[in-house]
Structures are given as structure tokens and as C-alpha cells.
Write a protein that binds this ligand. Structure first.
Ligand code: TAP
Length: 485
């Protein structure tokens, strides 16, 4: 009887899938050049997949050099004839319109983002899309105030911006790049990642709907070669890149000596540091958010947990309990916490590095967790017994894998946190305000969060040091990257 009762009171979640109906995915998509959707000059296409099921979603035009050339020419004409000379207050109206349309069509964008990327709908719905709209709203506000932004009396746009973005926040990264560039009076050619082109193309449709003049935004979907063609195109005045450090270095070499302006937002291996006086429950939530948000496909993910030795057992015990409650599965289910890995290639990279962690002697743990039969999946994973020289403590895994190290003193925490070639972000968990300030002064990271993690706001500059790149996106600092001031 008691067993029966226990069985009855074991609650499970009923499926709560968001409907796909709101999105109509076309079988084929063209490039967006000079205000129109057009096929690639040589007719080439590639397939974009749903990583949760491996089902093909659509065929997308694959831009070659001739297409990039056309897009840059359209952007140049639009810059010289329309967008550059247009008063800031007029440009602002378009940006406000785009922001409002993003809000109006937010459910459609969220479902499409989760289908193409694999991220849980609650994240695309509550984070990616609202933040993308917020970036357009925020920068619209700057468009007519640039002469009061502290860049001199008449800051000028740079011209044509070539922007290359990754797959982890496809729409949000497009918004980070486009909103400041357009607000400052530049025109843009955007190269989305090959595995996630669909929301950038829907954004192009929104720009059409907003009446944005032709050529102000151009989208050249395709592989890395389309990005390389854009980077080396002589008609581009500024390159903005977000992606891996490896490709960032290639781009820096390609741009050297050309006079093009360059900003690079690259990888990271952030330390999330928990002191013995931190409230454990809050810290555990911050650790989970730091590394399991967006399947860990986050450049600023708190992928190294540094926990003070005296509380390590307590924190890890609570963390394991909490990981046992995470729900992995259908990205369109509103109760899903962990969605699919974006591609087979990324899954292979996560597996390879996790296997290396075990081979080097770290101890691997995941909660009991059933992975779907189809699609690309990886369970939330913890490594303890990690030493600083291990690859999983040094290299960016870009997946739901946390490497745990311990420390005894604040000095040791700082030394271990800074023992990385990267310098993008860090987190500090402690009750003492003075300790937060002491740590923030010593951590070599572009962003330091205190008693929180992965907080983003368009008003706040974001960017790194060293192998995490240079330049800032967001806030007044981000505007500077698009102005000749
Ligand atoms: P990458 O392989 O570097 O790709 C980024 C973008 O560059 C993609 O659109 C890619 O096209 C394109 N690309 C590839 N080779 C190129 C070349 N030679 N010239 C010009 N463009 C080229 O990175 P990823 O795998 O998409 O993204 C993961 C990485 O991005 C991680 O390391 C992560 O840390 C970093 N990231 C950093 C940030 C910030 S803000 N720092 C934000 C997000 C991601 P394809 O898609 O066709 O390969």
C-alpha cells in the first residue's frame, strides 16, 4: 500500500511542447542582397538541420565570392546615397520599427531559433529574442545623440561593416552587431553561421517589413569561405567577428595592413569562484546557469568552477542534487532545461575533450539522464579532481561540461582563475562586498559578475582581453567601434 502511494506521488511533467505552427519554414531561402532575396550566383545551396532530430529544415543559398561582391556593392551604394547622409533621428525610426517587429513576432522567432539551433524554447523565448529587441531599442536611442556621446562634435560612420557571427546565439549576435552599426550610420553585410542561418534571414524579412532602404542590411549565408570572402573584400571598411580564437587569428592576419577596423569577440574559459561565505543555494543556481545555460555554448560560460576547499563537499553535493533535476530533451518543450548540441561537429568536440579529461585522470560524473535516440545530445557533466594542466581546465569545451578545481586562499583563487590564455569573464560568489572589489581588481577578465552570472544588457559593454579578443560590444563603448571619432 505504502509502495503504491509512493508510486502515485512520484510526479512527472506532462509534455508541454510549444507549437511549431507559428513558423512557416520555406523549403528554400535566398541570400538577402539589396533588399531582395536572391539565389546564389552559382545556384549552390546547403541544408540546415534541426539538431534535436537531424531533420532537414530548409535549403539555404550558399554565398560565393561573386555574391559577397554584390552584397558589398549594394551596401556601399546604400551607405553613400541613403543611410550615411540620413539624419540620425530618421535612422532611429527604422531601428525602433525593427525592435517593435521583433517583439510582435517574438514567438515566431523563438520557435525558429529553437528549431534551427537546438536551444530550449524557454531560453530563446525569455533571453535571446527579448535581448535582441532590447539591443535595437537601445541603439535606436543613440542614433540621434551621437554628437553628445563623448566622441567629439561630429563622429562619422566608418562605411560598410562586414560582420561574421557564430551559431550559439544566432539572432542575438546579429542584433549585437547590426544595431550599433546601423545606429552609427554604417551599412552592413552579415554572414551568419552555416548551421543557424534561419533567424538572420527572418530578421532580413523584418527589415523589409520595416521599410529599411535596400542595401542597408545584406545577409550572405554560407560556409566559412563566405566569411573569408567578406573579410578580405577590399570594399569593406570594418570587420566585426564573433567566433573561435583560431578563426579570429586568421581574420586578424587577413586584415593586417589593409586599414580596415577590426573587433574580435572570441572564446573563453571563465572561472566561477565560490568562497566559503557564499550562500550555497544561490551559488549552486549561479553555477548551473553559468555552465548549463544554452548547453554551455556560451563564450563567457563559467566552465571552470573554483570552489573554496572548506565548502567543496557541501557545494558539490548540492550541485549534484540540482543537476539531477535538470530536464534534457525536446527543445520546444517549455519544461526543457537542456536542449540539443548544435551540430555533429560540436558534439564530437565535446566528446573528444571529455574523453581527454577522463584519460588525464579527472573523475567524470553525470546524473542519470536518458538521451533521445536521434539528434545531437550530451548530458550535463561534472569533472572533479581536475588539475590546472588538464586540457579540460585549459581548453574551451563549449558544451555542458564543468571542470571543478579547489582553492584555499583568495590569492590562490586569483592565480588559478587567471591561469588561462583567455580573459573574457569571471564570477565571484561571496557575502563580502570588499572581497568582490578586491577580486574584480585582480581578475583579468572583461566582465566580472558578482553573486550572479550570465547577465547581459545592451547598456553594458561586453568583450575580452588576450585570446578572448579586443573591442567592446554594447553600451557607449560598443558604439565607438562603428565610428570614426
Ligand atoms: P567559428 O568556427 O570561429 O565560426 C564563427 C563564424 O565564422 C561562422 O560564421 C563561421 O562560418 C565563420 N568562419 C569560419 N571560418 C572563417 C574564416 N576563415 N574567415 C571568416 N569567417 C569564418 O566559431 P563557431 O564554432 O561558430 O563558434 C564557437 C566559438 O565562438 C567559440 O569559441 C566561442 O567562444 C566563440 N564565441 C565567442 C563569443 C564572444 S562574444 N566572445 C560569442 C559567441 C561565440 P561557418 O559557420 O560556416 O563555420
Amino acid at each position: 500500500m505504502q509502495g503504491e502511494l509512493a508510486a502515485q506521488t512520484e510526479w512527472d511533467y506532462a509534455p508541454a511542447p510549444e507549437s511549431r505552427e507559428i513558423v512557416s519554414i520555406a523549403p528554400e531561402y535566398g541570400l538577402f542582397i539589396d533588399g531582395e532575396f536572391v539565389p546564389a550566383a552559382d545556384g549552390r545551396q546547403f541544408a540546415t538541420l534541426n539538431p534535436a532530430t537531424e531533420e532537414p529544415l530548409a535549403q539555404v543559398a550558399d554565398a560565393g565570392e561573386a555574391d559577397v561582391d554584390r552584397a558589398v556593392a549594394a551596401a556601399r551604394t546604400a551607405y553613400e546615397r541613403v543611410w550615411g547622409p540620413m539624419p540620425g533621428a530618421e535612422r532611429a525610426k527604422y531601428l525602433y520599427r525593427i525592435a517593435r517587429l521583433l517583439q510582435e513576432r517574438s514567438r515566431e522567432f523563438a520557435v525558429l531559433e529553437s528549431l534551427d539551433n537546438g536551444k530550449p524554447i524557454k531560453e530563446s523565448r525569455d533571453v535571446d529574442i527579448p535581448l535582441a529587441a532590447a539591443h535595437f531599442f537601445y541603439h535606436a536611442g543613440w542614433a540621434d545623440k551621437l554628437e553628445h556621446a563623448g566622441f567629439g562634435p561630429s563622429p562619422r560612420p566608418l562605411g560598410v561593416a562586414g560582420q561574421v557571427i557564430p551559431w550559439n546565439f544566432p539572432l542575438l549576435m546579429a542584433a549585437w552587431k547590426l544595431a550599433p552599426a546601423l545606429a552609427a550610420g554604417n551599412t552592413c553585410v552579415l554572414k551568419p553561421a552555416e548551421t543557424t542561418p534561419l533567424t538572420a534571414l527572418l530578421l532580413a524579412e523584418v527589415c523589409q517589413q520595416a521599410g529599411l532602404p535596400p542595401g542597408v542590411l545584406n545577409v550572405t549565408t554560407g560556409a566559412g569561405s563566405a566569411g573569408a570572402a567578406l573579410v578580405s573584400h577590399p570594399g569593406v571598411d570594418k570587420i566585426a567577428f564573433t567566433g573561435s580564437t583560431e578563426v579570429g587569428k586568421e581574420i586578424q592576419r587577413a586584415v593586417a595592413g589593409t586599414g580596415k577596423r577590426l573587433t574580435l569577440e572570441l572564446g573563453g574559459k571563465a572561472a566561477n569562484i565560490v568562497f566559503d561565505d557564499a550562500p550555497v543555494e544561490g551559488a549552486v543556481e549561479g553555477i548551473v546557469n553559468g555552465i548549463f545555460f544554452n548547453q554551455g555554448h556560451v563564450c563567457c560560460a563559467g566552465s571552470r568552477l573554483l570552489v573554496q576547499e572548506s565548502v567543496a563537499d557541501a557545494v558539490l553535493g548540492r550541485l549534484r542534487d540540482r543537476l539531477g533535476t535538470l530536464r534534457l530533451g525536446d527543445p520546444l518543450d517549455k519544461n526543457t532545461d537542456i536542449g540539443a548540441i548544435n551540430s555533429r561537429q560540436q558534439l564530437d568536440k565535446i566528446r573528444e575533450l571529455s574523453d581527454a579529461g577522463e584519460a588525464e585522470g579527472a573523475e567524470r560524473w553525470s546524473p542519470p539522464c536518458q538521451l533521445p535516440d536521434r539528434g545531437y545530445w550530451f548530458p550535463p557533466t561534472l569533472f572533479t579532481g581536475v588539475s590546472q594542466s588538464h586540457r579540460i581546465a585549459q581548453e574551451e569545451i563549449f558544451g555542458p561540461v564543468l571542470s571543478v578545481l579547489t582553492f584555499r586562499t583568495p590569492d590562490e583563487a586569483v592565480a588559478k582563475a587567471n591561469n588561462t590564455p583567455y580573459g573574457l569573464s569571471a564570477g565571484v560568489w561571496t557575502e563580502k562586498g570588499s572581497r568582490i572589489l578586491w577580486m574584480a581588481q585582480r581578475l583579468r577578465a572583461g566582465v566580472v559578475w558578482a553573486n550572479t552570472y550570465n547577465r547581459f544588457d545592451p547598456t553594458s559593454p561586453f568583450g575580452g582581453y588576450r585570446e578572448s579578443g579586443f573591442g567592446r560590444e554594447g553600451g557607449r563603448h560598443g558604439l565607438a567601434a562603428y565610428l570614426n571619432a
